[in-house]
Structures are given as C-alpha cells and as structure tokens.
Design a protein around this ligand. Structure first.
Ligand SMILES: Cc1cc2nc3c(=O)[nH]c(=O)nc-3n(C[C@H](O)[C@H](O)[C@H](O)COP(=O)(O)OP(=O)(O)OC[C@H]3O[C@@H](n4cnc5c(N)ncnc54)[C@H](O)[C@@H]3O)c2cc1C
Length: 536
C-alpha cells in the first residue's frame, strides 16, 4: 500500500484520537491515524476497576521502565503506557483534572502565545459533557463525558472530613475557580464504562469515510523531501512486519506521547547532532532539546489500618464480590465501576507557597505483600501523595536505530533537594490528616510507612524505597522559543516544515495535577491551528 492523505496522525492515544476527530470533521480532509497497538477490545479496558489488570499487560501496554534511578536506591520504576486505541486514556485512572490557571499562564509567560488559561478555557469547556451541567467553567455537549464518582464509601466521606479538620477547604469542583482543597474527583466514566478518547472520539465517527484508522502500525520514521515532512514509514506488525510508506499532502502530526514522540524524532534524524551521530543516525535537523526536559510526578503511599468501617477489603470477600459483580452486570454500579481514586486533595506543603503544590489521591483500599510476594487487600485505606511542581529533570533517548528497542528513560526523580523536602512535607501533611480525631473510632496502626518511620531522614529513606510514578511524563519535545525548545507555539517542529507534535511531550512544564484533559486540549488547539494555517 502506498497511499496519499491530507494529514497523517501518528499515535491513536489521548491526543491522537481527539486530533483525528477534529481534522476529519471536514469531509474533504483525508486523514490517516496510525496506532502501534491494536483495537481496545480487552474487556478490562472498559470496566473502570479493570485498570489494575492492565498495568503489566504486554499486549496493550508498552511496559516501559526507567533506568536505575540513583535517588531511589537504583530501582527501575515501572512506566506503563497504553499501546492500544485510546493510548493511556484506555489504561489510566480516569481522574479528570485540568491543572491550575497559573500552570498555563506560566506557559504563556515563557512566550507561548495563545496558551494562557483564559485562552484555553474554551477548549476545556468545549471538549466535555459535564453531567452536572454547564457554568462559567464547565461545558456540555462535547465528546468527553465528565461525571462524579457514582457512589462513595463512608471512609471516603470521613477522609474528606479529616482533611477539613486539618485545615483544607471543601472544594466541590477542582476544575472550577480553584483547585485548592479536598473533595471528590470528577472522572471519565459514563454509566459504569471508561470514557477513553477511543470511546469518546473515535467510536462515534467510525462511519467517516475520510478517516482511516490503521492499528498494529508501528511508525518507524518520518519521511522528508528536502526539509518538508511528506509522510511516514511504518511496519505492519500483524502482517509479517513489512514496511509500508504513507504519504500526505498536508502535515504529519506526532501524537506518540512523551516517550515515543522524541523517540520517533530521533529515529528520523531530528535531535542532538552529536547524540544522533554516535547512534549511527543520519542527522536531518540539530535540535538539542529532543528527549530532554522530562518531568513526572513521583508519589508515595501512606496506608492507614482501619476497623469498623467498610473498605475494599470487605468488598472483595467472595460473597460481597459476587454481589458487586452482579451489581455491575445489571446496573453498572458498585465497586467495579470505581476509578483509581475517589477523593482528592490539593494543598500547600508550606503555608508560604502561593498555590497548592501537592496532591493526594485517596482510595478506601490498602494492600500488603504476603510471603509469596502477592499483593493482598488488608483492612485499611491509602492516600498517595505527590509533589506537583518538581524541579528534577530527566531525559528519554534512543539506544540504537532499532525502532522496536525501548528508549532509555532517566527520570532523575528527587535529583533536587527541593523535590525531596517538598515530598517529605507532603507525607507529614497526609499523616496529619489520618491523625484527625474524626478517624479516632476506626484508626488502628499505620501500615505504611509505619510508626518506626518518624524523622525526616527516615521518611526520605521510605520514599527512596517505595515511591512510584503517577504516570504523568511530559515535556520531552517542549514548546517554546529558547535553544532547547523542540516545537514553537503553533506546535511546529523547529527547523523543518510539515511536521507538528501534539501530545504530553510539548508541555514546557508539568501541570499541577493529572495530565489527560490537557492533552486533549493540546490536540484540539493543534487541529484549529492546522486548519487555520491551511486556510491562510
Ligand atoms: C496507568 C496510568 C494512569 C494514569 N491516570 C491518569 C488519570 O487518572 N488522570 C489523568 O488525567 N491522567 C492520567 N494518566 C496520564 C494520562 O493518561 C496521559 O498523560 C495521557 O494519556 C497522555 O496522552 P498522550 O496523547 O500524550 O499519549 P498516549 O495516550 O500515551 O498516546 C500515545 C499513542 O501513540 C501510540 N504510539 C506510540 N509510538 C507509536 C509509533 N511509533 N507508531 C504508532 N503509534 C505509536 C501509542 O501506542 C499510544 O496509543 C495516567 C497514565 C497512566 C499510564
């Protein structure tokens, strides 16, 4: 097959599905959407609590790991990434958070025109259908369903009370006027089913004849004529792995995510000249920022033992589990319809900080490893806390010119003293919430980190042993106009033409919150800019 399209979108993940949807609205626009993974037919993708089964599922997950992390006792940290229609939105925790106004205003202050909060708010409103209706901050009628967690555990309500007791304000809409405080997450779950971007954006438009979705298509290189991107090469991994060329008249847009978009640029000869030359890749364009500026949220669990109150521990006992299963099958309710976290809190690690810089994801569940190394639920609850604006920076780079070899990911977690101190403060605050008199009746011992961990040094040691990723890598093809910027504020790759990037990799700095919703906004804005530029 050697075909010609108007646009080629590489990667049908969170951003890629939204972008393909927008670009193919004009019926004369022929769009090819290439996805390395397969269709989203695995049932666990669609059952919200099923996400726990997808973390190491090699058929639908790239199953990346970082290199040994020096500040985390040289542990390799798991980085699941969706390799399936919907990308990470098919395996993520479904928590719907936009980030803080100041995050986007900061992007704009770096010289990125059009990226301030006020300029992006219409996009955030436009892409959602908020089950609670519209207001100044919320939208209705968009493809993406946003709702509250269907029913809550008493323990969730108690955690909210305990956080209020500890000085946090109740926040009824983290995506409204402020993210500050404690409250219930909104989620991308519609009547008990996950709303990935494959479900919300691609499914309703499967009859559009101008959109071709090609799965099992591992894109290996962007093709250029002179300095203009004119298509891509990809391997059909289910049909013998032969190489296919697809050409386009308009633009190629990379939506491979924060790991794979820089990988694909480097495989195509765009990156740091010396690095590419030493890897045997012919240099097309020297862009030293490709794969640099990697940022992620690192999180650590505080598990509190409980008695006399319902948690997942009771819900997974055989009879209750059967009830939950039947409830899910017949009414799409119960435990199986829950997202990864039901309650959230955004707070300051230091009263002097001007806006929240730490986030808690809370779930009425706790687990412990038994002597066979298997995780079993125990009567307890978990609040996992992360520092939201780390100053540590890492990198993602190819290790060879083989597109099937995983790139080397160095997150460099906790490489700055700032990040270590803020995470220690976050742990202390989370413990203070669990110590609230509100929980007196139900509290047993602290399961993690445990009473023997008290001093800052002991807490830091615990973090080094146990912290994991919140799975929010961003920034590896950052937008901007300094020497390390990879795309400009219209998301065009610098130094070449006909090539843009629209995914988490273009964020210059990480958001103070979860990253999925902003990736959709990046895609929607990219589509507008492509169509605008074409018209002009
Ligand atoms: C386990 C987990 C839990 C998370 N929980 C939340 C949450 O609760 N809330 C939230 O807001 N965010 C969450 N996130 C983060 C959020 O989902 C991501 O930030 C977001 O999905 C990233 O979108 P993206 O478009 O940049 O990349 P992705 O969604 O990763 O899409 C990239 C797509 O490109 C494809 N691809 C890559 N390389 C190629 C290639 N060479 N050829 C063809 N196709 C290719 C991939 O297979 C993938 O489908 C979570 C992430 C994970 C992994």
């Amino acid at each position: 097959m050697d075909d010609t399209y108007d646009h080629i979108v590489v990667g049908a993940g969170t951003a890629g599905c939204a972008l393909a949807y927008q670009l193919s609205r004009e019926s004369t626009n022929r769009v090819l959407l290439l996805e390395a993974g397969g269709r989203d037919s695995h049932p666990m993708i669609h059952i919200p609590l099923g996400f726990a089964f997808l973390m190491k599922h090699k058929d639908i997950n790239w199953c990346y790991q970082t290199e040994p992390e020096p500040e985390l006792q040289n542990r390799r940290i798991d980085w699941p990434r969706g390799r399936v229609l919907g990308g990470c939105s098919s395996i993520n925790g479904m928590v719907h958070i936009r980030g803080q106004r100041e995050d986007f205003d900061h992007w704009a202050s770096l010289g990125n025109r059009g990226w301030s909060y006020d300029e992006l708010l219409p996009y955030f409103k436009h892409h959602e259908h908020n089950a609670k209706g519209s207001n100044r901050y919320r939208g209705v009628g968009g493809p993406l369903w946003v709702d509250e967690v269907p029913c809550q555990f008493d323990m969730s309500a108690l955690f909210v009370k305990a956080a209020i007791d500890e000085g946090l304000a109740f926040n009824e809409d983290f995506n409204g006027a402020t993210e500050d405080g404690v409250g219930y997450f909104q989620v991308n779950i519609k009547r008990g089913r996950r709303q990935s971007t494959a479900v919300a954006y691609l499914k309703p438009i499967r009859k559009r004849t101008n959109l071709t979705v090609q799965t099992h298509a591992l894109t290996t290189r962007v093709l250029f004529e002179d300095d203009r991107a004119v298509g891509v090469s990809y391997r059909h991994t289910r049909r013998g792995g032969g190489s296919v060329t697809a050409r386009c008249k308009g633009e190629v847009i990379l939506c491979g995510g924060a790991i794979n978009s820089p990988q694909l640029l480097e495989l195509s000869g765009i990156g740091d000249q010396a690095r590419l030359a030493s890897g045997g890749v012919a240099v097309k364009q020297h862009l030293p920022g490709v794969g640099e500026n990697l940022q992620d949220h690192l999180t650590v669990n505080i598990c509190q033992g409980l008695k006399g109150i319902n948690t997942y521990y009771e819900e997974v006992k055989p009879l209750r589990f059967l009830e939950n299963l039947l409830q899910y099958i017949f009414a799409r309710r119960g435990m199986l319809a829950f997202p990864s976290a039901q309650v959230g809190a955004f707070f300051r690690t230091d009263p002097q900080v001007e806006r929240p810089d730490a986030q808690i994801h809370f779930a009425p569940a706790a687990g412990e490893y038994n002597d066979k190394g298997t995780m079993v639920t125990v009567p307890g609850t978990t609040a996992t806390v992360c520092y939201l604006r780390p100053s540590s920076r890492g990198s993602v780079h190819i290790q060879s010119d083989d597109p099937t070899q995983h790139p080397a990911i160095c997150a460099n977690y906790l490489s700055s003293e700032n990040d270590r101190q803020h995470l220690i403060a976050g742990v202390k605050k989370t413990r203070a919430i669990f110590a609230s008199p509100v929980l007196e009746k139900h509290r047993t011992s602290e399961l993690l980190p445990g009473d023997n961990v008290q001093s800052d040094e002991e807490i830091l040691d615990y973090i080094r042993r146990e912290a994991v990723s919140v799975y929010h890598p961003v920034g590896t093809c950052k937008m901007g106009n300094d020497g390390m910027a990879v795309v400009d504020d219209r998301l065009r790759v610098r130094g070449v033409s006909g090539l843009r990037i629209a995914d988490a990799s273009v964020m210059p700095t990480i958001l103070s919150g979860n990253t999925n919703a902003a990736c959709i906004v990046i895609a929607d804005k990219c589509a507008d800019m492509i169509l605008e530029d074409r018209r002009s």
